[in-house]
Design a protein. Structure first.
Length: 584
């Protein structure tokens, strides 16, 4: 990052914030940012605006590209094109940041430190280094004053939106929700301590889970702006998936077997993350998963493969490991733990319910399962929601997993939920987004493998292990006991019911679908009719007063006032009707 960029930050965070705000307003107007974004149209124009607005907005767009619950698939696709164009910090700047954060010089901690970074992004840049004990590591260092830049830009962005006042009444997205989510994500992104904790936990839960490896986080050298991880070998798994298979039949068969094994390992580990750990990698795109082969002299070449056996302890599911056969001579590496998902046991059970319901293709059961993983934001007609969801899911239930466009399907389900006063929980949308990313990798490695086919038996096993036959038997016995106790009272209750009906004191309450909406509409019509009658009476009375009291100014003025009130009410009713029409 050059002096020019630092001076820009100082300008923004100093006295001249007004110029920066005017710059934001000018760029947003030129690209019609507000209207395009709120209506989710012209995604390329919005992307160009974000690139022109600078690092904070570029990072914000990149974060939104992982949130199919907030923006449309077209915008997700366009935002994935956002590239960080941040100039590199000088080594002096990096040394200063390291010294301020750790109270040590780089030479005190590292035997070797590459002055030139091998990667640079909006938030920071990454260097190769070697610790004093010879361990190879990568060091991620935040850009100077990036926290101030992000916080100031977000504040000014909110103010700019107020100045523009161009947000249309009819919007496809919820601007307030997006701004709040974006602010939370950006502030988490610039707090490296969160990534440190995530990396430590993910390492503990998943390192050496079969062929899965996770870099070590060196907590003693990491701070709020510094992250030190062990250096991991490998190349993006996308390159393995994209390689053409050999023409030799024997070699081709071995390659297919290898890819199937890798695909299964990815899926099984991810499902373990969700249902056993309740803590999963929320951004498993190909750049965050590396593949490499072991050398013949590597001691890990003789490691045995662990398989998970599930058991119940204190009401929760835990996994024990049993070794069986030798692991293959290659490994998969997870990187980047800035975006992680965490599920409560209750929510994990709800997701398992959805998977089991989908496998049965029962729309009623699917609807109930979906309702259990959503927040209710208003009154809900469950029967109507079930009908709508059934109509929407019918074509998807007939398709194979590889034929389903997950981003489009998820976005439409979220829109359907919002329409019915339901809000899909953020943890669930993160999970489905991660599921979709992983499905893309798996489909390339092994087109015949379905994530649902692997997830279904796992979900069933989850229920088996969680099912407590002792508690269920106790509950059944109690229910049976209450039923036996109530049985002798049945004839008495029937006799009371017949007496009530015979005396004419019986009363039945009937409801029909859409009753509340129908009653509201009738009430609106009746109110308008009453207002119309009153207005007609006022106008008629005013006419009589005006015509019959020309010589009495006070009475004449009352008649004129009646006219004015009537006209004001009529104009208000017409304007209200037009506004409601366009709103709908």
């Amino acid at each position: 990052m050059t002096d020019e960029y630092i001076s820009k930050i100082e300008e923004i965070t100093g006295k001249d914030q007004r110029n920066r705000m005017l710059e934001i307003v000018r760029i947003m107007r030129r690209h019609d940012f507000v209207r395009n974004f709120m209506k989710q149209q012209n995604p390329e124009e919005v992307r160009l605006a974000l690139e022109e607005l600078g690092p904070t907005f570029i990072k914000g767009g990149q974060i939104l590209s992982t949130r199919p619950d907030l923006i449309s698939p077209a915008f997700i696709s366009e935002f994935k094109k956002l590239q960080d164009d941040v100039q590199i910090d000088s080594f002096e700047s990096v040394s200063k940041t390291f010294r301020e954060q750790t109270e040590k010089n780089i030479s005190d901690v590292f035997d070797k430190f590459d002055e030139k970074p091998f990667a640079s992004a909006s938030i920071g840049q990454t260097h190769h280094a070697v610790l004093k004990n010879g361990t190879q590591v990568v060091v991620k260092v935040q850009h100077p004053k990036i926290k101030e830049l992000v916080e100031t830009d977000l504040t000014l962005f909110r103010q700019a939106l107020k100045i523009l006042k161009l947000a249309p009444e009819i919007t496809v997205v919820d601007p307030k929700e997006i701004l709040n989510q974006l602010q939370a994500s950006l502030l988490n992104e610039i707090n490296t301590e969160i990534e440190i904790k995530n990396g430590l936990e993910f390492y503990r839960l998943n390192n050496h889970d079969g062929i899965i490896e996770v870099p070590v986080v060196y907590e003693e050298y990491s701070t709020q702006k510094i992250l030190v991880n062990s250096r991991m070998d490998g190349e993006s798994i996308k390159k393995l998936a994209a390689r053409s298979l050999s023409n030799d039949p024997t070699e081709r068969k071995l390659q297919k077997k290898e890819r199937t094994y890798i695909a299964n390992a990815l899926v099984k580990n991810f499902i373990k993350q969700v249902f056993v750990d309740n803590f999963f990698h929320a951004d498993p795109h190909p750049g965050n998963i590396l593949f490499y082969r072991l050398k013949q002299d590597d001691p890990r070449i003789n490691e045995l493969e662990p398989t998970h056996e599930f058991e119940k302890k204190s009401g929760s599911i835990k996994a024990s490991i049993k070794t069986e056969q030798k692991l293959p001579p290659y490994r998969l590496v997870y990187l980047d733990f800035g975006m992680m998902g965490r599920l409560s046991p209750l929510l994990a059970e709800g997701i398992a319910n959805v998977i089991v319901a989908l496998s049965k293709k029962d729309t009623q059961e699917i609807s109930q399962a979906v309702l259990s993983i959503c927040n209710r934001t208003g009154e809900i007609d469950e029967e109507d929601f079930t009908d709508q969801l059934g109509i929407f899911l019918t074509p998807y239930l007939k398709q194979g997993l590889g034929q389903i466009d997950f981003p489009v399907m998820l976005y439409n389900i979220i829109k359907l939920c919002r329409k019915n006063n339901l809000q899909v929980k953020p943890e669930v949308t993160l999970l489905i987004k991660a599921f979709g990313s992983l499905e893309g990798i798996v489909a390339q490695l092994d087109p015949d493998l379905s994530l649902m086919d692997v997830a279904r038996p796992f979900a069933k096993e989850y229920f088996k292990r969680k099912f407590n036959w002792k508690n269920e038997l106790d509950e059944d016995l109690m229910t049976f006991g209450r039923a036996i106790k109530s049985t002798p009272q049945i004839p008495i209750k029937i006799e009371k019911l017949l007496d009530t009906l015979n005396q004419g004191r019986g009363r039945f309450t009937l409801r029909f679908k859409g009753q509340d909406t129908f009653i509201d509409r009738i009430e609106t019509i009746v109110n308008r009719l009453i207002i119309t009658i009153i207005l007609a009476s006022i106008i008629l009375s005013s006419s009589l007063l005006v015509q019959g009291s020309m010589k009495h100014p006070a009475i004449y003025n009352i008649g004129v006032a009646g006219y004015m009130i009537s006209f004001v009410v009529i104009i208000w009713m017409v304007a209200s009707a037009i506004w409601h029409h366009f709103k709908k």
